[in-house]
Design a protein around this ligand. Structure first.
Ligand SMILES: *Cc1c(COP(=O)(O)O)cnc(C)c1O
Length: 433
């Protein structure tokens, strides 16, 4: 009935998530409110982890891409579920360290990591650094030699496969700020350079081909290209590459038309390709890493709002405004992302009119959903926007000096605040007169 499997209608005829009544949650914690189903997050972690065991003999690790949603509590869930994390900034790294996440399972990405960020990573002996470019390689080697350490790295490679939703292209793609290109020879050059550095140990290769992908073929193609590069490296330098990280980007259902692939079929499809080419090229089977972000958290989250002004412009459009907007969900204004919504207090009412759901920020583009069929909505109704668990809280801002909403985790009918609501005091706390 709903795009997210964590939702149902309860006996009170209200929307329910994780055994909790959404109307009660809205009353208890206020709105806007992020709510996330912890049981479902854990379930998705297990599906990925089990698929790695089933289809690849457990010779791999699932890394959660924490940029999708990164908090101390999320790190605790991941640790309990046996996943690793990928971080893309000093702030995400700091969060994982503060959560006492096992350092060997932290991977650090990014196209322009600063000296301080790399220093923090090396000082804390994190698992791997995914090196993006030659400048970073030199910087990292300097830091490692200063600290008298040998750092394990992967290189970020542009495999020449770019995918987005239902399309993918196989050539070009040199025009990306991430990584080093295969076809120009840049990737082979940087491999040679790493071999000659005394404080660097090259253990693996990484690629990430896009986001919200609904097709297995681009992942299979990327695996093929990367395995052949591993073969080329062995032929040229006699070096065995031990790890292959194939990134994330697995699509989810935001609206009913979206048709995502079962999460466990990715590793099933990719492991076949990896085994085939390893045999063909005479290289060892690599340890495989995959990096789902959105697909672990987005379907498990909703945002609850209270409806305010309803403005019907005859023959034009009916605007229903809520008490949040681009501050807590900037994805519409950034990418015109699609979402589905349901009235939390009357989820089964017939959808009789086409409306546009607007935020409360001073931007005309501050919409949440354009042209959606809904029941007639009145001020005071509670609206749930669905599948907001990924890239919503993590992208939230204080635009218009609106405090960011709290995050509440729900599980088995219990709720728990894992991020507090910001206050006006928080808003001015760094201001100096
Ligand atoms: C963003 C990102 C991911 C996760 O992408 P999703 O679309 O959230 O699955 C994984 N790896 C890298 C390197 C990324 O930049």
């Amino acid at each position: 009935m709903f795009v997210s499997e964590c939702l149902k209608v309860n006996k009170a005829n209200h929307l329910e998530i994780g055994g909790c009544d959404c109307v009660e949650l809205a009353k208890e914690y206020g709105t806007p409110l992020y709510v996330m189903d912890e049981g479902l997050i854990r379930n998705y972690c297990r599906i990925y982890k089990n698929s790695m065991d089933k289809y690849y003999g457990g010779n791999g690790l699932v890394l959660y891409a924490s940029k999708a949603f990164c908090t101390l509590y999320m790190c605790k869930i991941l640790q309990e579920e046996g996943l690793g994390v990928d971080v893309v900034s000093g702030g995400e790294l700091y969060t994982a360290l503060k959560a006492e996440f096992p350092v060997e399972k932290i991977y650090f990405h990014g196209n322009n990591k600063t000296y301080d960020e790399l220093m923090l990573a090396v000082q804390n002996d994190i698992g791997r650094i995914v090196v993006d470019n030659k400048y970073e390689l030199g910087l990292l080697n300097d830091i490692a030699s200063k600290l008298n350490k040998k750092v394990k790295i992967l290189f970020r490679i542009k495999p020449g496969v770019e995918a987005h939703t239902h399309d993918f292209i196989q050539t070009g793609q040199i025009d990306s700020k991430f990584g080093v290109a295969l076809e120009t020879g840049e990737a082979m050059e940087i491999v040679q350079e790493a071999i000659n550095l005394s404080n660097i140990e090259l253990v693996g290769l990484h690629c990430h081909i896009g986001s919200q992908i609904f097709d297995l073929d681009p992942f299979k193609l990327a695996a093929k290209v990367m395995m052949n590069f591993i073969g080329d490296i062995k032929d040229k330098f006699g070096l065995e590459i031990k790890e292959l990280n194939l990134g994330g980007g697995y699509g989810i259902k935001y609206v009913p038309e979206h048709d995502p692939i079962q999460y466990d079929s990715y590793i099933e499809a990719v492991s076949k390709v990896v085994k085939e080419i390893a045999a063909q090229r005479g290289v060892q089977l690599p340890f495989i890493l995959m990096e789902p972000g959105r697909s672990i958290v987005a379907p498990a989250g909703i945002t609850l709002y209270t409806v305010g002004a309803v403005k019907d412009i005859p023959n034009v459009r009916k605007y229903v405004s809520v008490d949040g907007g681009m501050g807590d969900n900037p994805r519409y204004i950034l990418y015109q992302s699609e979402y589905d919504a349901v009235l939390a207090n009357r989820p089964q009412d017939e959808k009789t009119e086409k409306i546009t759901i607007a935020g409360k920020c001073c931007e005309s583009g501050d919409l949440l959903i354009k042209d959606i069929m809904m029941p007639e909505i009145k001020p005071g109704d509670y609206l749930a926007v669905l599948a907001t668990g990924g890239y919503n809280y993590s992208m939230a801002s204080n635009y218009n000096r609106i405090p960011r909403p709290p995050v509440v985790m729900v599980k088995d009918g219990q709720s728990k605040v894992v991020v507090k609501r910001e206050t006006y005091e928080d808003i001015i706390k760094n201001d100096i007169i």
